[in-house]
Design a protein around this ligand. Structure first.
Ligand SMILES: C[S@@+](CC[C@H](N)C(=O)[O-])C[C@H]1O[C@@H](n2cnc3c(N)ncnc32)[C@H](O)[C@@H]1O
Length: 294
């Protein structure tokens, strides 16, 4: 069993996702988070030359990588956040599609690039934007938001028990000069959050900042609200989430029996073998549903 090399994104739950979504020849699909095209290339293969894949990502660098990996397939690449999909479909003169996959969060290629500022393991600017054309950065949040606002996101998005203490120390330290790098912030967090087991004390605050910078939960909620209009009756949707804040929202939205028949009574999780090969898969949960007639 060989671990995936760092930096190369390995698609999670690939076989399970393809089996449950069952894309078929000639269909039109959306990969709302195309990333490194691991899932997309298999969807493109299944829909074949008469199908159409709409490949969406908010990160132009990931879109470029996907483009290089999807040569030869009928793919339309779109730089957009997935909560703009209703507008994207109407720009493409499409009413609805046969299926959609959203594999949430970030790709390893993004996490392992120090310049993106997503990881406390590498020194980099406090950026964290998955879409580099967006305006809000982690530096702006850390250096300008109030102590209460900081404590709230650390608690709500990071479930960080020491949210108030970290927020207070950030506000104290930034009076002596703004935070500029990931490692400066991580060092402060490690001084005020006790280590629990093997998890780095900076993990939760970094997760919270990434969620806030990219409005990840807002985007997911807007995507979930739009899904019934995006998928034709009989079509399928699959969502892979990586923490309970996302999974809870997905589970709740797909429970709406006016629109969905759930095909995964319990979320599908990776095998022990996949987790050993790809540690990032450990927290993945896949839920799939079929659009029913209104
Ligand atoms: C987990 S990766 C997808 C990996 C992909 N399934 C593969 O197999 O290579 C998530 C991707 O979704 C993108 N992304 C995250 N949130 C997004 C959003 N709201 N709209 C569009 N793209 C998003 C990220 O930039 C990243 O490239």
């Amino acid at each position: 069993m060989e671990a995936e090399p760092r930096g190369r994104h390995a698609p999670v739950l690939l076989a399970e996702t393809l089996a449950l979504l069952a894309p078929a020849a000639g269909q039109t699909w959306i990969d709302a988070t195309v990333g490194a095209a691991g899932h997309a290339s298999r969807i493109a293969e299944a829909i074949g030359p008469h199908g159409r894949l709409i490949a969406v990502d908010q990160d132009p660098a990931m879109l470029a990588l996907a483009r290089s990996r999807l040569g030869g397939y009928p793919v339309t690449f779109v730089h957009s956040r997935f909560d703009r999909l209703p507008e994207v479909l109407s720009e493409l003169n499409l009413e609805s599609v046969d299926g959609l996959l959203a594999d949430l969060g970030f790709a390893s290629d993004q996490m392992d690039n120090p310049q993106r500022g997503l990881s406390f393991r590498h020194e980099g600017p406090l950026d964290m934007r998955l879409d580099p054309t967006a305006s809000l950065t982690a530096a702006e949040i850390v250096n300008t938001w109030s102590e209460d606002q900081l404590a709230r996101i650390f608690w709500e998005y990071g479930e960080e028990r020491y949210s108030r203490r970290v927020a207070r120390r950030i506000v104290e330290q930034r009076q002596r000069g703004p935070f500029a790098t990931t490692t400066e912030l991580a060092a402060l967090i490690r001084r005020c959050v006790p280590r629990r087991g093997s998890i780095d004390p900076a993990t939760r605050v970094f997760q919270a900042l990434r969620i806030a910078v990219n409005d990840e939960l807002g985007a997911l909620e807007r995507l979930l609200a739009a899904l019934p209009t995006l998928i034709r009756p009989g079509g399928r949707v699959g969502i892979i989430s990586f923490h309970s804040l996302e999974d809870r929202r997905v589970k709740y939205a797909l429970r709406d029996q006016r629109y969905w028949q759930v095909l995964t009574r319990k979320p599908v999780v990776p095998t022990a073998d996949e987790c050993a090969r790809n540690p990032r898969a450990r927290s993945a949960k896949l839920r799939v549903a079929q659009r029913i007639q209104a």
